[in-house]
Design a protein around this ligand. Sequence first.
Ligand SMILES: Cc1ncc(COP(=O)(O)O)c(C=O)c1O
Length: 416
Amino acid sequence: MLDRRQLLVRTGAALAAGGFGATFSDLEEVAAATEADATLDWSAVRRQFRLSPGWIHMGGLLLASHPAPVRRAIERHRRGLDANPVHYLHERGPQLEAAVLRAAGAYLGARPADVALTDSTTMGLGLLYNGLDLRAGQEVLTTAHDFFATHESLRLKAARVGATVRQVRLYRDAQRATEDEIISSLVGAVGPQTRVIALTWVHSSTGVKLPLASIARALGEQRRNVLLCVDGVHGLGVESATAGSLGCDFLVAGCHKWLFGPRGTGFVWGRAQSWDAVGPTIPSFSGTATPGAAMTPGGFHSFEHRWALAEAFRFHLRIGKRRVEQRIHSLNRRLKTGLASMSHVTLVTPQSDALSAGLVCFSVDRMSPGAVVEALRRRRIVATVTPYDPPHARLSPGLLNTPADVDRVLRAIRSL
Ligand SMILES: Cc1ncc(COP(=O)(O)O)c(C=O)c1O
């Protein structure tokens, strides 16, 4: 067994050399280590990507660029499928899918049997909410801060079965939101008919991160009668928490954003004792031996992408989940501190690490969010506009950014 320091040195060396060759058990040990004092050559991480140079990429919350190990795995599987699709699928497919589930389990701190593979967050939300055991007269409680895919999946399901959907606001002013306000707004809205609570871990509308574990605890007795379902896409690949520690029944995410997984990948994770409350929508080709397999839509997929997903989980584990979290939070803190000091800027996202993650939403006096994003684009900075009402300009500093990038972005916004 390597001691912690040797492990970290080995990990750093592997990253620096671009030699992502650690074995699976190494990865689990790396994930278990706390790397607070360890340094990592972040430029070696960045070199794994083919992002166009000369740009500051702060839109990674939408769609990932593939790192080298993911690109190599895609290429390997593509070659195998092109050479002999039937044999590659039959002879390699089952083991490759099992390896993806093992890597997902190691990353999530979960049983591989509880993971269903999907193509996106949206697909996972649709499968989960459509498949839930929800009856006429029951209620789904969701929030005004969730993404369109949650609202729409719930609307479609409720219309089919005669259930109702109710939206609640968890905070009035995101920047000043507190844990108490969020929890009391939600818990106070739960009624006797509430069967499902549908939340989003990190709101892409405001950057607010929900204190999920505290919410689950605060629900107390009510927790026993409701299913707590979470769109986790902007927490995955940022926060180090395991799936089980979030206190929810189901966690849905796409892997093609913060995790740097192949485009077109995602999962639904369910707590072992909660799976009985949901059934499949699309027939599975993976069998029904585990709840995750039964929930995994069948049909043939873009298998070279699906099977390469294992490499994205390993990539993050090799860096270390705690180190990822610390790096992303420190870049975001730097950005928010700078923005908060500008008199022509209004910061929307809370400054507290407990209530935010990797998204920073803001507005600039007398400029529309679209004009802000366009002005940044002219300065070769990639930002996005939130697709919500009201819209905001949004930046997502991540593992592909440096403190110097953040400072350049701040200078650009100061000049607007
Ligand atoms: C909170 C949230 N959920 C889901 C999605 C969609 O994810 P996917 O492309 O994986 O369906 C987005 C944005 O892309 C989002 O902001």
